[in-house]
Design a protein around this ligand. Structure first.
Ligand code: ADP
Ligand code: ADP
Ligand code: MG
Length: 666
C-alpha cells in the first residue's frame, strides 16, 4: 500500500477519498484553487497546496502543476476523483512517465473508452450488444442521412467525446437532421474540442442500468452488481439506486457477465462502470464505459459492504482483487439523491452563492451524507454545483424510499436555490414508490414535481412573525449575546422586554404582503392572523434557529433563520422563504425593455454567434455562456438589431452584466 497519495480533485469526492486513505493509514495531499482556500477538503488532508486561480482550466485541470506538487511532496500516487482529469489519458500517461501511479485504468483503456465511437466499435467486436446506430468515422451528411433512415426516427445524435449529458440531440424526422448535426457538432467542438458525433436509435422510455466492475493488474475482473440511474434531468442522473428494481436474477447475471467481458476486451484495470440502457422488452444495450469512480458509487458500497476507494487503492498498489465473484453478495436496497444548487423551476439552471444555513440529518447508521461544503461556504460558479449526496440504505426498497423521504425532509439549506424540494417530491411520488421509473420520469411528472407556488400556511406566517417580534425586542434590549449573534432565540434569560402596546410585523410571501398586528402577552404574543387572534410563544431548541413553538395550542418543532432580505422557515420538512419589506430597498427588477441582454449567471463566454449591427430574428442564438459545466444560450427576445456585443469568447462574466446591447424591431 502507498504511504502518501495526492488527491487531484475538490469537494465531496476529495473528502471521501481522503477519509478512506486516512483509515488505511495513507497520508494525503490536497490541492486547491484560490476559490477553495477554506474548503473542507483542504482541512481534511494532511497537507494542501495551492495550484492556481479559481477557473478549473487554471487549477484543477493543470495536470503539469499537480504532477509537480506530487513530485515535491513525495506522493507515490494520484487519485483523480471524478470529473477534471479523471478521464484524461494524457494525464494518466504523464503520471506513469515520471513514475507516479495514476489511480485508474491504463491510458490506452481511458483513450479507447473516451471516444464513444471507438468504444462502440470495440464492444461490437467483443460481442457486447450496442444500441443500433451509426458509429463510423465518415461524417458525410449523405452517408449519415442514409444511415438515419435505416436506423429509423427518432434518432439520437451524441458527441463522441461527450459526457455529462452534453452534446446530445433527439431528432424526430429527416427535416431536422442536417441542422441538428451542425449544431451538435458545434457544441461538441466548443465543449470537448472534438466535433465527432455518432447516431443511435432513440430508445423510448428506457431505463439506465449500469454495472460496477473492478479489474486488477493480474487479469481478474469482477462485477459488483448494477445501479439503476433512470431518474435524470438533461440526461444527467439525480437519483440512483441499487439493486435495479425488478431486474430478474437471470438478467442481472447476464448483464454482469457482459460488463466483465467488456472490461476484458479493453485490458481494463481498476474501477469502472459499464453503462447500458434497457428497453421495455428487457433488451439491454451498451452505451458507454466510464473509466473512473462514479458519483453514485456509494449505493454499491451500501449494498455490498465494500469500500470502493479502498479497492481502487489496493489494485493501484498492485494487490489482487480483495474478493472474487462468489464472495461478493448484496443485501438490502440503497438510494442516493444528489442535492444540487439549481432551480428546477428555471429548467434546472445552476445557482451559486453563500450557504447561509446548512443542516443535514446525522446519527443514523443507515444514512450517509457526502458533502464537500460547510455552513458559510460558497457554491462557486466555477465548479460542479453539487452540494451533497444523501445515501440511504434499507432492508428493502420500501424502507430505503422512506429513509430517503425522511432524510430530505430533515435537510435544510438556505442561500442558493436548490433541488431539495424537487428531490423530496420525486421520493414522495407514488410512481417512484411503485418503481415505475424510466429516463422519462421527470418530464412525465414535471407538474407534480414542481408545483405552482402555494401561499405559506398560517402556522408559517405565525412563526415568521414571532421571529421578527423577538428580533425587534432583542434589538431594543440591545444585549450582546454569545453564540449565534443573529438568533433572537439566544436570549435565554428569563427577562423579556414587556411591551403590551400594539405593534405590527409584515412579511411578504411571494407577491402578497401580510401584515400581522401583535401585542406582547407574558412570554409570548397575541397575533391577529387572518383566522383570528392566536397566542404564540416559543422556546429555543438545541441547534441555532430551532424552536419548540406553541401556536394557539398547536405544538410544533420548526426552524427559523434570518437570511438576507427576509427569513426562512422550515416546518414539517418544507422550507418557506418569506421576505420582509425593506424601507431602503428600491426596485431591482432588471429593465428587460431597456435594450440589453444580461448574463443569467456568472460564467465564461464560449461562443459569440453574432456581430455588432446584426439583424436577428426572435429566438436566434446570440451568445453561449458556459457556467457550472453547462451551456446556456442567450437568445434574442424579439426580432431586432444587436447594437453591440460587449464580450468576446473566453471572457469571464459576472451575473447580471450586459452581454449585448439590443434594439427590438419597432
Ligand atoms: P456520467 O458521466 O455518466 O453522468 P456520473 O453521474 O457519475 O456519470 O458523473 C457525472 C459527472 O459529474 C462526472 O463526469 C463528473 O465530471 C461530474 N461531477 C459531479 N460531481 C462532481 C464533483 N464534486 N467534483 C467534480 N466533478 C463532479
Ligand atoms: P454521457 O456521456 O453524457 O453520460 P450517455 O451516452 O451515457 O452520455 O447517455 C446519457 C443518458 O442519455 C443515458 O443515461 C440515457 O438516459 C440517455 N440515452 C443515451 N443513449 C440513449 C438512447 N440511444 N436512447 C434513449 N436514451 C438514451
Ligand atoms: Mg453516461
Amino acid at each position: 500500500m502507498f504511504d502518501k497519495i495526492l488527491i487531484a480533485n475538490r469537494g465531496e469526492i476529495a473528502c471521501r477519498v481522503i477519509r478512506t486513505a486516512r483509515r488505511l493509514g495513507v497520508r494525503t495531499t490536497a490541492v486547491y484553487s484560490e476559490a477553495d482556500a477554506d474548503s473542507p477538503h483542504v482541512r481534511a488532508a494532511n497537507e494542501a497546496y495551492p495550484i492556481g486561480p479559481a477557473p478549473a482550466a487554471d487549477s484543477y485541470l493543470r495536470g503539469d502543476l499537480i504532477i509537480e506538487v506530487a513530485r515535491q511532496v513525495g506522493a507515490q500516487a494520484i487519485h483523480p476523483g471524478y470529473g477534471f482529469l479523471s478521464e484524461n489519458a494524457d494525464f494518466a500517461q504523464a503520471c506513469r512517465d515520471i513514475g507516479l501511479v495514476f489511480i485508474g485504468p491504463p491510458a490506452p483503456a481511458i483513450r479507447a473508452m473516451g471516444s464513444k465511437t471507438e468504444a462502440k466499435q470495440l464492444m461490437e467486436q467483443a460481442g457486447v450488444p450496442v444500441v443500433p446506430g451509426y458509429h463510423q468515422d465518415n461524417l458525410d451528411l449523405k452517408v449519415i442521412t442514409t444511415k438515419a433512415r435505416i436506423i429509423g426516427y427518432p434518432v439520437l445524435i451524441k458527441a463522441s467525446a461527450g459526457g455529462g449529458g452534453r452534446g446530445m440531440r433527439v431528432v424526430a424526422s429527416e427535416l431536422d437532421l442536417a441542422e441538428s448535426i451542425a449544431s451538435a457538432r458545434r457544441e461538441a467542438q466548443a465543449a470537448f474540442g472534438d466535433d465527432h458525433i455518432l447516431l443511435e436509435k432513440f430508445i423510448a422510455r428506457p431505463r439506465h442500468i449500469e454495472v460496477q466492475i473492478f479489474a486488477d493488474g493480474h487479469g481478474h475482473v469482477v462485477h459488483m452488481f448494477e445501479r439503476d440511474c433512470s431518474i435524470q434531468r438533461r440526461h444527467q442522473k439525480i437519483i440512483e439506486e441499487a439493486p435495479a428494481p425488478g431486474l430478474t436474477e437471470d438478467l442481472r447475471q447476464v448483464m454482469g457477465a457482459t460488463a466483465v467481458a467488456a472490461a476484458h476486451a479493453v485490458g481494463y484495470v481498476g474501477a469502472g462502470t459499464v453503462e447500458f440502457i434497457l428497453d421495455r422488452d428487457d433488451n439491454y444495450y451498451f452505451i458507454e464505459m466510464n473509466t473512473r469512480l462514479q458519483v453514485e458509487h456509494p449505493v454499491t458500497e451500501a449494498i455490498t459492504g465494500r469500500d470502493l476507494v479502498e479497492w481502487q487503492l489496493r489494485i493501484a498498489a498492485g494487490e489482487p482483487l480483495p474478493r472474487d465473484q462468489e464472495q461478493l453478495t448484496m443485501e438490502g436496497h440503497a438510494i442516493e439523491a444528489r442535492i444540487y444548487a439549481e432551480d428546477p423551476s428555471r429548467d434546472f439552471l445552476p445557482s451559486s452563492g453563500r450557504l447561509d444555513h446548512l443542516r443535514f440529518p446525522t446519527g443514523r447508521p443507515e444514512l450517509r451524507v457526502e458533502t464537500g461544503v460547510g455552513l458559510g461556504d460558497t457554491v462557486s460558479p466555477h465548479y460542479d454545483p453539487m452540494i451533497a449526496k444523501l445515501v440511504v440504505w434499507g432492508v428493502d426498497r420500501d424502507a430505503a424510499v422512506r429513509g430517503l423521504r425522511r432524510a430530505l425532509a430533515e435537510t435544510q439549506i438556505a442561500g442558493p436555490a436548490t433541488n431539495r424540494a424537487f428531490l423530496a417530491a420525486v421520493a414522495g411520488h407514488p410512481s417512484f414508490a411503485a418503481a415505475d421509473c424510466d429516463t422519462g420520469f421527470i418530464d412525465r411528472h414535471f407538474d407534480d414535481l414542481v408545483p405552482a407556488p402555494r401561499p405559506a400556511p398560517e402556522l408559517v406566517v405565525a412563526l415568521a412573525a414571532l421571529h421578527l417580534l423577538e428580533s425587534r425586542k432583542r434589538q431594543a434590549a440591545n444585549t450582546a449575546q454569545p453564540g449565534d449573534p443573529y438568533s433572537p432565540w439566544s436570549l435565554t434569560g428569563g427577562w423579556r422586554l414587556s411591551d403590551n402596546s400594539g405593534e405590527t410585523v409584515t412579511v411578504i410571501d411571494g407577491n402578497t404582503e401580510i401584515t400581522v398586528p401583535a401585542r406582547g402577552d407574558g412570554d409570548g404574543y397575541l397575533l391577529t392572523l387572518p383566522d383570528g387572534e392566536t397566542r404564540v410563544s416559543a422556546r429555543a431548541g438545541a441547534e441555532p434557529g430551532d424552536l419548540a413553538a406553541d401556536l394557539g395550542g398547536i405544538r410544533v418543532a420548526a426552524t427559523v433563520i434570518g437570511v438576507e432580505g427576509g427569513l426562512m422557515v422550515w416546518l414539517h420538512g418544507t422550507g418557506y422563504h418569506l421576505r420582509v419589506p425593506d424601507p431602503e430597498a428600491h426596485s431591482t427588477v432588471t429593465d428587460s425593455a431597456g435594450g440589453h441582454l444580461t448574463a443569467p449567471m456568472p460564467g465564461r463566454i464560449v461562443q459569440v454567434l453574432v456581430e455588432d449591427g446584426a439583424e436577428v430574428t426572435r429566438g436566434a442564438a446570440l451568445i453561449v455562456l458556459e457556467a457550472m459545466k453547462m451551456e446556456h444560450t442567450i437568445a434574442a427576445p424579439d426580432a431586432g438589431t444587436v447594437v453591440k456585443v460587449n464580450y468576446a469568447v473566453d471572457e469571464w462574466v459576472e451575473e447580471g452584466v450586459t452581454l449585448l446591447d439590443f434594439t427590438p424591431r419597432a
